[in-house]
Design a protein around this ligand. Structure first.
Ligand SMILES: [Zn+2]
Length: 317
């Protein structure tokens, strides 16, 4: 009797072992799903590591429960000055897909990619998008073009979303219909966001503003606002006394009364300029992040920025 059940069980055991071996081999291969059995009860999820938070949220909106998304940059860090820590290198090593903006924003990732064998599938959001070139001074984005494309919700909907669907679909073809459906629904939300920004900005269109670093040209072009100058051309460098004096002149000449700083950088230079011209300092946040209330989704972040611009520009010249 015992011998008989062993015979009956043998094919099952063989199947089980084979299945486990196949799953093991699949884990960590670029583009394959596997190796991420987690809180979802062991169902494999595609591991995507995104460089910055807004991109991570967009991937999450499309990938849903089929994707595990991590943001490489912690809240408060800027991609312009970022140096990965050993913990972030470790995090990166799990990526089956690496989602980046491109256009020179993540030059620090080249080393990470070079050291990963096999390398993960790489999605570059800026690929194929016509980019602003640097215009004045020593612009760090000059040779690559301006990378801040995600701050234009229309570019997100028409160019970045299709790229995310394509990348996730290639990495997990069995879920492609689900990804497409989520993208369709999320596009409706982005259209609403676009309409809302258009409607609100229409009351103060054409207004000029000065920002911490040149991140708002795509947004400005889309909605008819003018980012006329930036406090620093290269984030990470402090502006000199001469730079500050020059900005005060620019602000006066254009009748600008609000300077926008960023949570990722020292607000002091903006405060000094504002004091000189008896203006105000408000905050624009190009990055947002997990655990930042109101800025922990892409749409929430854009609404936060809309409110800041409105507070500063509705009344200012
Ligand atoms: Zn930037």
């Amino acid at each position: 009797m015992a011998k008989r059940s062993a015979l009956v069980l043998a094919p099952f055991l063989c199947w089980l072992l084979c299945t486990m071996a196949v799953q093991e081999a699949g884990a960590g291969r670029p583009g394959s799903i596997g190796g991420s059995a987690g809180a979802d009860g062991g169902r494999a999820r595609l591991v995507v590591v995104a460089s910055i938070f807004p991109l991570a949220d967009l991937v999450r909106q499309i990938g849903g429960e089929q994707v595990e998304v991590e943001t490489l940059l912690p809240p408060g860090a800027s991609p312009h000055t970022f140096e990965p820590t050993p913990r972030q290198v470790q995090r990166f090593s799990r990526a089956q897909v690496f989602a980046r903006i491109g256009a020179g924003l993540e030059l620090w990732a080249e080393k990470l990619l070079g050291s990963r064998k096999p390398s993960p599938r790489v999605m570059t959001a800026a690929e194929g998008i016509p980019l602003f070139k640097g215009t004045e001074g020593v612009d760090p984005h000059q040779s690559f073009g301006d990378p801040h494309i995600w701050l234009d919700p229309v570019l997100v909907r028409t160019a970045i979303l299709p790229r995310i669907v394509e990348t996730l679909g290639a990495a997990a073809p069995q879920h492609v219909a689900t990804f497409r459906e989520r993208a369709r629904r999320y596009s409706v939300e982005l259209e609403q966001l676009d309409r809302q920004i258009r409607e609100r900005v229409s009351h103060w269109q054409g207004r000029k503003f000065i920002v911490f670093h040149s991140a708002w040209r795509y947004f400005g072009r889309r909605y008819g606002l003018q980012q006329i100058s930036a406090i620093v051309e290269s984030p990470g460098k402090e502006p000199s006394a001469r730079d500050i004096a020059h900005l005060v002149d620019v602000a006066r000449a254009h009748g600008v009364h609000v300077i926008f700083c960023e949570p990722q950088f020292n607000p002091k230079p903006a405060q000094v300029i504002a004091q000189e011209m008896k203006g105000r300092v408000l905050t624009l946040d190009p990055l947002g992040g997990e655990g930042l209330p109101g800025r922990n989704t892409y749409i929430g972040l854009m609404n936060y920025n809309l409110r800041a611009l409105e507070a500063g520009l509705k009344v200012s010249g």
